[in-house]
Design a binder for this molecule. Structure first.
Ligand code: ZN
Length: 178
């Protein structure tokens, strides 16, 4: 995969968020992990602005954004409304299928057990995540869901992308709550 480190400019000019969990007019941003992770981090920032835990997720297929979402557990009064869950639901609705074959997920934080399960059921191809989550993460910490015997589909996992910014948002958020 070719890495494009300054996808930010195209992102500002062509990427429009409606602020809803399921927006998405398939805009091609070009291939590049930092670019798509930038969008996930932007979703995390928006979540923080709503008082939600700052986590954002983006689903990409063929170099285009299919869905993007931030945490909305407070707003929706839904403990399952993690960024990844909302992005998976929106992508499945948009693509008209429950199997997101060939789709990749970018998320600012290591997914929890629930989201790891959903990623597996959705048959996502690759998982890119930013900050590690020693407490609640279920990919490289704790139950390591994708490596467990109950997991029947595991994505390729790439961690540490955009880690410092994703982690900084979380730290600021929780520091501000004390
Ligand atoms: Zn989760």
């Amino acid at each position: 995969m070719q890495l494009v480190c300054d996808a930010g400019e195209g992102l500002n000019s062509s990427y429009v968020s409606t602020g809803q969990a399921g927006y998405i007019p398939c805009i091609t941003l070009g291939v590049g992990m930092p670019g798509f992770m930038d969008i996930a981090i932007e979703e995390a920032r928006s979540a923080a602005a709503r008082g939600e835990v700052p986590v954002g997720a983006v689903i990409v297929r063929d170099g285009a954004v299919v869905a993007a979402a931030g945490n909305r557990t407070l707003e929706l009064k839904d403990p399952t409304a993690h960024a990844e869950m909302l992005a998976i639901r929106a992508a499945a609705a948009t693509l008209g299928t429950e199997r997101l074959i060939g789709c990749d997920l970018y998320v600012s934080l290591e997914p929890c057990a629930m989201c790891a399960g959903a990623i597996s059921f959705a048959r996502l191809r690759r998982l890119y995540y930013g900050a590690a989550d020693e407490k609640g993460g279920a990919v490289e910490h704790n139950i390591r869901f994708f490596a467990s015997s109950g997991c029947h589909h595991a994505p390729d996992v790439y961690s540490g992308i955009g880690e410092s910014e994703a982690g900084r948002l979380l730290k600021e958020f929780f520091a501000g709550r004390r």
